[in-house]
Design a protein around this ligand. Sequence first.
Ligand code: DON
Length: 326
Amino acid sequence: MGEAEHPLQAYLDALYLKYKPLSEGKLASYIPELAKADPDCFSICIVTVDGQIFEVGNADQLFTIQSISKVFVYGMALAEHGREKVLSKVGVEPTGDPFNSIIRLDEYSKRPDNPMVNAGAIATTSLIQGTDPTDRLNRMLDMFRNYIGHDVYIDMSVFMSERSTGHRNRAMAHLMRHFGMIDANIDEALDLYFQQCSLMVNCCDLAVMAATLANKGVNPITGDRAVPSHCIRDILSVMYTCGMYNYAGQWAYQVGIPAKSGVSGGILAVIPNQVGIAVFSPPLDANGNSVRGIKVCEDLSHQFELHMFDLPMGCSHFLQTLENKP
Ligand code: DON
């Protein structure tokens, strides 16, 4: 007789069937490669901090990580420079504007609002250290490899498309150079930003990356450290407040989990000390978030009371801590 299916696997299978028929949303179309994605592709993966993997759907389907990369490059910049230096170049305030907004980059603010919107992400990428562009790229790929647990590659056609169409990003980079927020060579910093967006991952890779953040920076499958543990609080804080573009406030209110989305249709979410969650489904809503991804995360949060402020768990933990004090 076969082993009984784990209840979490049964739940994910049911969740998949529930949202598979959803047909809302539009594919990103600013570059041809993203417009060619299969709108029916849908996968969910959960990885626990003790290394168990639960998946459903086309979890091996590769796609480019896009904006989700911003989380990890922010962690790398924090690890290399420390909080104060990074804060002097990139703030931590949610914008309430779309991810590619240029509106708040003006004489008054100068500093980009946060590392999860394009302006802040480009400034963050410009901080990555290395002797030359190849060294910086290799160091970044090493960082991603530690999170994912295997060799990683850049999708060259996506990179070339991002690079040749990214005029708005280029404009932001020039403005930030003018304001002194970027010291590095602009073209090199932009190339590295377009390369990080073009990193290829699948849904399981994303869940392992999320689980690594949940596991204080150590990949739960390989045991390799990807980021120092002292950076985790800062990374999760900006994910919580700024990770879902101009839906970030509603997300924090309704779902209550640190998360990050990307234009190719991925969402990565972190339940600290418990699990990493990833969903991939390319059709996006008006905010640029995966339609099925939002539904799945809402469902998971409600079903398992995963909201950060679902009080029963938080309260008892706090009281236990007090009781244990001498
Ligand atoms: O910078 C760009 O235009 C894209 N590579 C941004 C990627 C992304 O996922 C932003 N958001 N949804």
